[in-house]
Design a protein around this ligand. Structure first.
Ligand code: C2E
Ligand code: MG
Ligand code: MG
Ligand code: MG
Length: 281
């Protein structure tokens, strides 16, 4: 009996694995065509300055609208894009499209101070990254100071000497640099001061239970004061309730992002939201 159950669950496991790898292959094949078939789109989520209530940035978040599969989450296809190297052309498209969109808004009189773009490890290791970015900036006429790159801890920790050199070159271009998902990796805090980062994005992990757990609130305060002492601004991710916002505001957080303000939405909707909520710059 126990043996049968063991075999059954093994078979179920195998079936699930086969289904998963088939799905994986199908996704990979489809991802190869996603760019040329114009199935990729950027959504934008506002980043709000807590003191003034104004939108100071938008984070560009990639979406894949597949005709049969529907909307594929970045959590499902970004890792695949990284494995296959497709993240290089896709990432270049994201950078160009985000800058193009920001400049197109600027021409209409909507001057978004900064656009934030996520960068994967593979892109960060690409020796052409700096020239790609400076090319896109001059093509689109975008001021370097309006582009902010979001990198995760793991991207930086992999190859710290190389990483520091690339960051320095990006900083020389005038870009802003943010450390994304801060607190989810297991880097030493001492590393923080070695990287020329302007902004720390505190992961929503710390925010989720902040109303019920005083220790979580204490941790957020500690992270904020650490970042401030290093001259960095703090953005808190995943703010969903007014109570969370208040706790983080008390803790001295500079900027906030989350469903309380808006989910990531298509460009036109983002613009309309900014106008309607009168959070314009
Ligand atoms: P991330 O950069 O940390 O982005 C924040 C994620 O949190 C987004 O998920 C966003 O929709 C979600 N989020 C924002 N506010 C809230 C909230 O209040 N509650 C909850 N529950 N979630 C919230 P999304 O769009 O699914 O993206 C997931 C991850 O995929 C991103 O995490 C980023 O690591 C990656 N990603 C997205 N776009 C790109 C891209 O263009 N390039 C690269 N390399 N990675 C990307
Ligand atoms: Mg991000
Ligand atoms: Mg994040
Ligand atoms: Mg994340």
């Amino acid at each position: 009996r126990a043996k049968d159950e063991g075999r059954n669950s093994f078979q179920m496991y195998q079936t699930a694995m086969n289904a998963r790898s088939l799905e994986h292959l199908a996704l990979e094949a489809a991802l190869h065509h996603a760019l040329e078939r114009e199935e990729l789109v950027l959504h934008y989520q506002p980043v709000v300055d807590i003191a003034s209530g104004k939108v100071v940035a938008a984070e560009a978040l990639l979406r894949w609208q597949h005709p049969d599969l529907g909307l594929v989450s970045p959590a499902d296809f970004i890792p695949l894009a990284e494995e296959t190297g497709l993240i290089l052309p896709i990432g270049a498209w994201v950078l160009r499209e985000a800058c193009r969109q920001r400049q197109s808004w600027a021409k209409q009189g909507f001057e978004l101070p900064r656009i934030k773009v996520n960068l994967s490890a593979r892109q960060f290791r690409d020796p052409n990254l700096v020239s790609l970015i400076s090319g896109i900036l001059s093509e689109t006429g975008m001021p370097a100071t309006s582009l902010n790159l979001e990198l995760t801890e793991s991207v930086l920790m992999d190859e710290s000497e190389f990483g520091i050199a690339v960051l320095a070159r990006l900083r020389d271009l005038g870009l802003g640099l943010a450390l994304d998902d801060f607190g989810t990796g297991y880097s030493s805090l001492a590393y923080l001061k070695r990287f020329p980062i302007d902004e720390l994005k505190m992961d929503r992990l710390f925010v989720r239970d902040v109303e019920r757990k005083p220790t979580d609130a204490a941790i957020t305060r500690a992270i904020i004061s650490l970042a401030h002492s290093l001259g960095q601004k703090v953005v808190v991710e995943g703010i969903e309730t007014q109570a969370q916002l208040e706790i983080l505001t008390d803790g001295g957080c500079d900027m906030a992002q989350g469903f309380l303000f808006s989910k990531p939405v298509a460009a036109a909707e983002f613009r309309a939201w900014c106008d309607a909520s009168n959070r314009n710059t």
